[in-house]
Design a protein around this ligand. Structure first.
Ligand code: FES
Length: 170
């Protein structure tokens, strides 16, 4: 088994036994898949499954130990929508900023989330309850402005009613 560079452990969890366990598990997947076709994607999936997202130190470890250039690893991560380099909340909010939604108030929704929930695009609330993404079209433009919380789609969203919607998700 290759050694894991402790400098690569995430700052917030470096000293915990839990972080060590996670890194050992990722290392085992790396060792098991080295040289196999599709090894990179498999390791990234396992790492994200364990941590919930792909922190930079983990990406560097994977790049180093699979001997895949860092730029290539990031290329794969950005190509596949299901990979994320930022932590996700328990509930992921997607605000549509496609043309129809933008014109009908998408920006007001984002402004309200920023002001009242301290939530920026690609950000997460301090309690981990919500994270926020912007998307180009959720496929129901007739309901603009649209946002989704997890798999629930909310249409004709008024910024003034945002709290009522988010209160549904604990
Ligand atoms: S532009 Fe928002 S749902 Fe299509």
């Amino acid at each position: 088994m290759a050694a894991v560079d402790s400098e690569l452990a995430p700052e917030e969890t470096r000293s915990t036994a839990y972080a060590g366990k996670i890194f050992r598990e990722i290392q085992e997947v790396i060792d098991d898949t080295k040289g196999e076709a599709g090894a990179l994607i498999r390791v990234l999936q396992q790492a994200q499954g364990l941590i919930g997202y792909l922190p930079a130190p983990v990406i560097k470890t994977i790049s180093r130990d699979l001997k895949v250039p860092l730029s290539e690893v990031y290329g794969i991560i950005s190509f596949y929508h299901f990979f994320s380099t930022v932590p996700k909340g328990r509930h992921v909010i997607q605000v549509c900023m496609g043309t129809s939604c933008y014109v009908k108030g998408g920006q007001r929704i984002l402004d309200t989330l920023r002001k009242e929930w301290d939530l920026e695009p690609e950000g997460i609330t301090a309690d981990g309850r919500f994270s926020l993404e912007t998307v180009r079209c959720l496929g129901c433009c007739g309901l603009s402005p649209v946002m989704a919380v997890g798999s629930d789609v909310h249409g004709k969203v008024k910024a003034s009613r945002l709290n009522d919607i988010l209160d549904l998700y604990k």
